[in-house]
Write a protein that binds this ligand. Structure first.
Ligand SMILES: Nc1ncnc2c1ncn2[C@@H]1O[C@H](COP(=O)(O)OP(=O)(O)O)[C@@H](O)[C@H]1O
Ligand SMILES: O=C(CO)[C@H](O)[C@H](O)COP(=O)(O)O
Length: 553
């Protein structure tokens, strides 16, 4: 953990807390967007059945307290002006007294969160999509099983007595955290618009909830899912409560912001940076020519526009859900970091990889990247996969095909199981994820977006191979921020706005997000990647053909 220091004149600090899928992170951030201290803490996940993924809101709050206490150690607490949270869009269930309720058949109330990547509500989402209700136009035309309405319906249909009838509050995780910190149950416009079918302009649509069989949520004026909705960054209530202040090791009463979903915080942390002097096409162009890609367990592709753009299979358009006054389209791949981990850890040569990386004090990814460099000889590293191709939808396709039945594919397997083989499979997986991004960008562009530069952050931003492949395969420069932990800069921007130190989110973004490194595409490799992209598209076409052959009588 770094220690705070530096410029005494810039003595206002903000704390950002980012709850990802695998860990909770916190940072102490100054007004220039510089991280003065960072801490992280892993969090538990349970998978009691295939496609059921659960967490505990108590565990997560404890982890938030541990990391926050660490980052403010040794500083004058009076300098902390605001606190902002972001988190994954998971569903937290509490009873009327705000106690956790079980979301599982085992009745374990400690596990009271249905995680965003949980796919238990397949039948429910099919029925919701069959209604063809007009709110579906604002989620890319098809609701995802990862959103909250199908999960709520699943709870009503499957855990009526133990959960549904006792429930008093259903929160998106970012909103649970701001409630825990302030006692205010107001929801963020970000979570309600993106995951709950709320409209920034029209509010809730009663007819949707009645049509899908969740009329009970309307009956009590939406008090269980939110009837006070605030823009992200708005200061909540009287700030941090004395009880939460004690838990977090912060002064009571400091400003706490209405939260953001993690991907959206990453977007705020990167998309508004001043790009002058980096030779980028987006210099002098509207911010709408930038695409933020937040790559952790999943990847989220955040593009904004002045007017609503309807992109089939890409979530949104969502008004003011990320940058105020702009519409947002959110493309995504449900598993990216998780897929890379899955492929690498499942390979027979993984124990050998671990041993060799440990001996060199390197991460397994740094080791694999240098191993690829050794075996490539004189050719570009990407060319090692000329006959190995991967389709990456091991957890269905979120965008732009919006088809949760799709599966992963690998073609070009050999009998070898050595480290070379593992490294090349890892490379082909990274490339497949980048081809998925290319497909999403093409869908966004054909609907009206005009994107020229990528701003990438999240855990996978630490992997130079992943970044280079995104540049080479999309043909666009990739901007990395000065602060690797840009999602935390986004969370701190929320705290800064809530404190009143900045007049708007836009002003805070421009001041606090900064360009670090720019990675340009290797134009000479374009022909090779265009051919691999043709194969990529064939893979899914073939998968669909296989499914229809097997369905026929
Ligand atoms: N140093 C690293 N080098 C390469 N990849 C990394 C590194 N650290 C994390 N990752 C990748 O990033 C993913 C996790 O990213 P992170 O943003 O921490 O996820 P989340 O926000 O979902 O918890 C991992 O699945 C791993 O593949
Ligand atoms: O749906 C999402 C954002 O809208 C994200 O995929 C989800 O929040 C998980 O994020 P991460 O991969 O960073 O843990």
């Amino acid at each position: 953990m770094a220690t705070p220091g530096g410029d005494q004149e810039l003595g206002s600090y903000y704390v950002g807390v980012d709850v990802g899928t695998g860990s909770v992170r916190a940072a102490l951030v100054d007004q220039r967007g510089i991280l003065l201290a960072f801490a992280d803490q892993p969090i538990n996940q349970w998978e009691p059945q295939f496609n059921h993924h659960e967490q505990s809101s108590e565990d997560i709050w404890v982890a938030c307290c541990i990391v926050t206490k660490k980052v403010v150690q040794g500083i004058d607490l009076n300098q902390i002006r605001g606190l902002g949270f972001d988190a994954t869009c998971s569903l937290v269930v509490l009873d009327k007294q705000f106690r956790p309720l079980p979301v599982n058949h085992e009745g374990d109330s400690h596990r009271n969160i249905i995680m965003w990547l949980d796919h238990r509500a397949v039948s429910q989402v099919h029925r919701i999509n069959e209604t063809k209700h007009s709110v579906l136009q604002y989620v890319g035309g098809v609701m995802s099983v990862e959103m909250q309405a199908p999960k709520l319906l699943w709870l009503k249909e499957n855990l009526r007595e133990t959960c549904w009838d006792k429930a008093g509050h259903f929160f998106d995780l970012p909103d649970f955290l701001s409630w825990k910190a302030t006692g205010v149950t107001a929801r963020s416009l970000c979570s309600l618009v993106c995951k709950w079918t709320y409209s920034a302009e029209k509010g809730w649509d009663d007819s949707f909830w009645k049509m899908v069989g969740l009329e009970d949520l309307v009956a009590d004026n939406y008090s269980k899912i939110g009837n006070q909705v605030l823009p992200p960054g708005t200061s909540l209530g009287n700030g941090l409560t004395p009880e939460a202040a004690k838990d977090l090791g912060l002064p009571a009463g400091i400003a706490v912001a209405a939260s953001l979903i993690d991907a959206h915080a990453g977007g705020l942390g990167v998309i508004g940076a001043d790009v002058r002097g980096h030779g980028l096409a987006c210099e002098g162009q509207p911010v709408t020519s930038r695409l933020a890609i937040i790559c952790g367990t999943s990847s989220c592709h955040m593009g904004i526009s002045k007017n609503p753009i309807f992109v089939p299979g890409v979530w949104g358009p969502y008004f003011s859900a990320m940058v105020p006054g702009f519409w947002l389209n959110e493309g995504g791949q449900s598993v990216t970091g998780k897929l890379i981990d899955h492929m690498v850890q499942g390979h027979a040569a993984f124990p050998e990889l671990q041993a060799k990386a440990t001996a060199r004090c390197q991460s397994i990814y740094a080791y694999l990247n240098s191993h690829l460099d050794l075996i490539r000889k004189t050719q570009p590293v990407g060319f090692l996969t000329v006959d190995l191709h991967v389709w990456p939808d091991f957890h269905g396709n979120r965008s732009p095909l919006a088809d949760l039945t799709l599966k992963g594919m690998v073609t070009g397997l050999k009998l070898s199981q050595d480290l070379d083989d593992l490294a090349i499979l890892y490379l082909a997986t990274v490339q497949a994820i980048a081809f998925g991004t290319r497909l999403i960008i093409e869908a966004m562009e054909s609907a009206g977006h005009s994107i020229g530069t990528l701003f990438l952050c999240g855990g996978l931003g630490k992997n130079p191979l992943f970044v280079q492949m995104h540049a080479d395969i999309t043909g666009m420069p990739v901007v990395l921020s000065q602060e690797v932990e840009s999602v935390l800069v986004g969370a701190a921007i929320l705290g800064a706005c809530a404190s009143g130190d900045f007049a708007s989110v836009q002003e805070a973004m421009a001041r606090m997000s900064k360009v670090g490194k720019v990675v340009f595409p290797r134009r000479e490799d374009k022909r090779y990647y265009d051919k691999k992209y043709q194969v990529f598209l064939k893979l899914v076409e073939h998968q669909k053909e296989y499914a229809s052959i097997m369905k026929a009588d």
